[in-house]
Ligand binder design. Structure first.
Ligand code: CP
Length: 316
C-alpha cells in the first residue's frame, strides 16, 4: 500500500489537520484511494492489522464516525473493542488519564477517541505510547471527517487546488469546519465561510478564509457547498432569534443552491436536520454527495489506521 509515495508517514497519532503538511494529507488521500477498492469486494477484508488491537472510546454520541471506524478496523482484520462513556468506569470517578493508562496496560495498539473537550486527545497523546486517533474533540477538530470530505471532493472534481468551497452554518461550534479549513487551504482551495455573525468566530480570516454573511453572494461561483447543522448541544446562550428565522435566512434549498456553479456538489458531515439547514429535496437531490461521504469515510479511516500502525510497528 503506497510504498512508493514521496512522503513517509512518521506520526504515531492523528490529532488534527492543523498538524499535517500538504504532502501528509495527500499521502492519506492516496492511501485511502487504494483501500476504497477493498469495500467493493465480496470478501471485504485485508490482513494488514491482523494481531493489532484497537479500542474505540466514544465519550460523546456518534453514529457515522463510530460505525465507520469499527467497519474500517474489521476490514483491516484488527481486534476491536468499543466503549461508550456511560458504560466505562469514568462514571465511577476514574479520570480520563487513568482510563487511558489502564487501556495501555492491556497492550492495546491504537485508541480512537471522541471527547467533548477541545484538546483532550492532544493531552492524552503526550502521556501514552498508544497511537491516538482524534474522532472529534469539542469544537476543535474532526480530522477524519475533514479528510473524507476532501477525499470526496477530490474524487468528484479531480483536484482541490483552485476550487471554491463554501461552508454555511454554525461555524463557531464546528470541529468539522476547522479540520476542513486547515486541510483545504493547505491544498490550495479557496474557502468561504457563511453564517450569522454570532456563529462565525472572530478572526477566522487569519486561517486564510473569506467571510461572507450574505448566502447568495457566498454561493456565487462555488464548486462545492458544505452545510453545517446548528450545534444546540454546545450553546448555552441564545445566538440567533429562532430556528425558524435561521432556516429562512441560512437554510439551503434548491432555489438558493442555483447561485453555486451548475455542477456544484452539496456535502454535509451529518447529522442532517432536514428543514433547518437543508431542504429535504436538496438533501436527496442528484447534486447531494452526503451518503457518498459516509461511504468514503471507511476507506479514509482504513488509510489512517494503516499508516499509524506502521509507525507503532517500527517503534517496537
Ligand atoms: N459526522 C459525524 O461526526 O457524525 P457522527 O456524530 O454521527 O459521528
Amino acid at each position: 500500500m503506497m510504498e512508493n509515495h514521496k512522503t513517509k508517514w512518521t506520526k504515531k497519532d492523528l490529532l488534527g489537520l492543523r498538524d499535517l503538511s500538504s504532502d501528509e494529507i495527500e499521502l492519506i488521500l492516496d492511501t485511502a484511494k487504494s483501500f476504497s477498492e477493498v469495500s467493493q469486494r465480496d470478501v471485504k477484508k485485508v490482513p494488514v492489522l491482523r494481531g493489532k488491537t484497537v479500542v474505540n472510546l466514544f465519550l460523546e454520541p456518534s453514529t457515522r464516525t463510530r460505525v465507520s471506524f469499527e467497519l474500517a478496523e474489521k476490514r483491516l482484520s484488527a481486534d476491536t473493542i468499543s466503549m461508550a462513556g456511560g458504560s466505562s468506569s469514568m462514571t465511577k470517578g476514574e479520570s480520563l488519564w487513568d482510563t487511558i493508562a489502564n487501556i495501555e496496560a492491556l497492550k492495546v495498539d491504537l485508541i480512537v477517541m471522541r471527547h467533548g473537550s477541545s484538546g483532550a486527545p492532544h493531552r492524552i497523546s503526550n502521556y501514552t505510547k498508544v497511537g491516538i486517533v482524534n474522532a472529534g474533540d469539542g469544537i476543535n477538530e474532526h480530522p477524519t471527517q475533514g479528510l473524507l470530505d476532501i477525499f470526496t471532493l477530490r474524487e468528484i472534481k479531480g483536484k482541490i487546488k483552485g476550487l471554491k468551497v463554501v461552508f454555511v452554518g454554525d461555524i463557531l461550534h464546528s470541529r468539522v469546519a476547522r479540520s476542513n479549513i486547515w486541510g483545504l487551504t493547505k491544498l490550495g482551495a479557496e474557502v468561504v465561510i457563511c453564517g450569522p455573525k454570532t456563529l462565525v468566530p472572530w478572526g477566522i480570516e487569519e486561517l486564510g478564509v473569506k467571510v461572507i454573511h450574505d448566502v447568495k453572494k457566498a454561493l456565487d461561483g462555488a464548486d462545492a457547498v458544505t452545510l453545517l447543522r446548528i450545534q444546540m448541544e454546545r450553546q448555552n446562550e441564545t445566538l440567533f432569534p429562532s430556528i425558524r428565522e435561521y432556516a429562512s435566512t441560512f437554510g439551503l434549498n434548491t432555489e438558493l443552491f442555483k447561485y453555486a456553479k451548475p455542477d456544484a456538489i452539496l456535502m454535509h458531515p451529518g447529522p442532517v436536520n432536514r428543514g433547518v439547514e437543508i431542504e429535504s429535496a436538496l438533501a436527496d437531490s442528484a447534486q447531494s454527495y452526503i451518503l457518498k461521504q459516509v461511504t468514503n469515510g471507511i476507506a479514509v479511516r482504513m488509510a489512517v489506521l494503516y499508516l499509524l500502525s506502521g509507525v507503532l510497528k517500527n517503534e517496537k
